[in-house]
Design a protein around this ligand. Structure first.
Ligand code: NDP
Length: 330
């Protein structure tokens, strides 16, 4: 069983005399930098001279070029997109990070697949929020926590786990409702990619197919889109699953709905589904997905761009645009 950590396990004092350098000021970077500063820690930001540079200054941070931030910081949080991190690491971090420092990742991906090799003598840790950046900040402001998967890849100081816990506390994960779960870079990558390649991806295709079937049955696009996801009911159900449990939340539905969910809903999941899931696991474990994605990036994202073009050409997207304009969401 995984070990669960809470507030009592973490000591923020460990970070009190340290300079924390947050690299990247996007979804996670901004949220974590603001939370760490509000936790009383000394935070500087490293970013490229781009859109976020100005925002960083507006938020009152000392912002510098990435390599300068790395030189000045004791603890470095690498919070830039996973696909750009290996190049940035090679050029702007590795040459300037010295033994005794700590580097923290919010995802296991680059270490798990060897795209980044932990530098010698540097504590290499992971604090991976199970929460989008907006939620990391919003929950903190409401004095609530969120779960983080934590792990240590290289413990040079003998204090890497303590740093992991202290950082989790600093970003607000251990406020009420949150916790840290002991994991590792490989496990985090496996569960993260598996979720994206299985239920999360399949859900989008399932909703798309449901839309097509309803339209073929003469249902109007507006009603189909509202019924399937635009009403926000889907989000409410997701929230109820988180609060009450996967099946327990069904008790909030009518008896007719409960019966339908438990009986006629089941036929879409067959033995074949599980076989596909096992294959997906193998593709993640042996690096097939990571290699394919790395190759796609190295040739300038032709398939990725084509996939986007095709998805946005679906009639669902056009109808959705019209409806969302009326609803004031565009
Ligand atoms: P974002 O896409 O929001 O990060 C954007 C930041 O990275 C910006 O500051 C951007 O600068 C900077 N950046 C973009 N390209 C480059 C580049 N080539 N060189 C240097 N800096 C660059 O990332 P996320 O916050 O989404 O992800 C950060 C990490 O957090 C990842 O490891 C991700 O897996 C993990 N994570 C993300 C979650 C999320 O909520 N999205 C949830 C949990 C984990 P500028 O804007 O100035 O161009």
């Amino acid at each position: 069983m995984a070990k669960i950590f809470t507030d009592k396990d973490a000591n923020l004092e460990l970070l009190k005399d340290k300079k924390i350098g947050v690299i990247g000021y996007g979804n996670q970077g901004r949220a974590q930098a603001l939370n760490l500063r509000d936790s009383g820690l000394d935070v500087i930001v490293g970013n490229i001279k781009d859109y976020a540079w100005e925002l960083t200054k507006k938020d009152g941070f000392d912002v510098k070029e990435i390599r300068e931030t790395v030189k000045e910081s004791d603890v470095i949080l690498l919070l830039i997109p996973d696909e750009v991190a290996p190049k940035v690491f090679k050029e702007d971090i590795e040459p300037y990070i010295s033994p005794g420092k700590v580097i923290d990742f919010a995802s296991g991906y680059n270490i798990a697949y060897g795209f980044i090799i932990p530098p010698q003598g540097v504590d290499t840790i992971m604090v991976a929020p199970r929460m989008i950046g907006k939620g990391v900040r919003g929950l903190f402001e409401n004095k609530k926590g969120f779960p983080v998967l934590i792990g240590v890849e290289q413990d040079s100081s003998g204090k890497a786990w303590d740093y992991t816990l202290a950082l989790s506390k600093g970003i607000g994960a251990f406020l009420p409702g949150g916790c840290g779960v002991s994991s590792g870079f490989y496990e985090e990558t496996l569960v993260d990619l598996f979720s994206e390649h299985s239920w999360a991806g399949a859900m989008l295709y399932l909703l798309q197919t449901c839309y097509e079937v309803l339209i073929e049955e003469g249902v109007s696009p507006e009603i189909a889109i509202l019924e399937l996801y635009a009403s926000g009911e889907l989000g409410e159900i997701g929230n109820s699953i988180a609060q009450l449990g996967l099946w327990n939340q069904l008790k909030l539905h009518s008896h007719t709905s409960q019966y339908g969910h438990m009986t006629w809903g089941k036929r879409y999941i067959t033995e074949e589904t599980k076989k596909i899931m096992k294959e997906a696991i193998e593709e993640i474990k042996d690096g097939r997905f990571a290699k394919e994605w790395a190759l796609e990036q190295s040739v300038g994202l032709p398939s990725f761009n084509q996939l986007w073009k095709l998805r946005l050409s679906y009639s669902l997207c056009k109808e959705e645009d019209e409806l969302y304009k009326i609803l004031g969401r565009r």
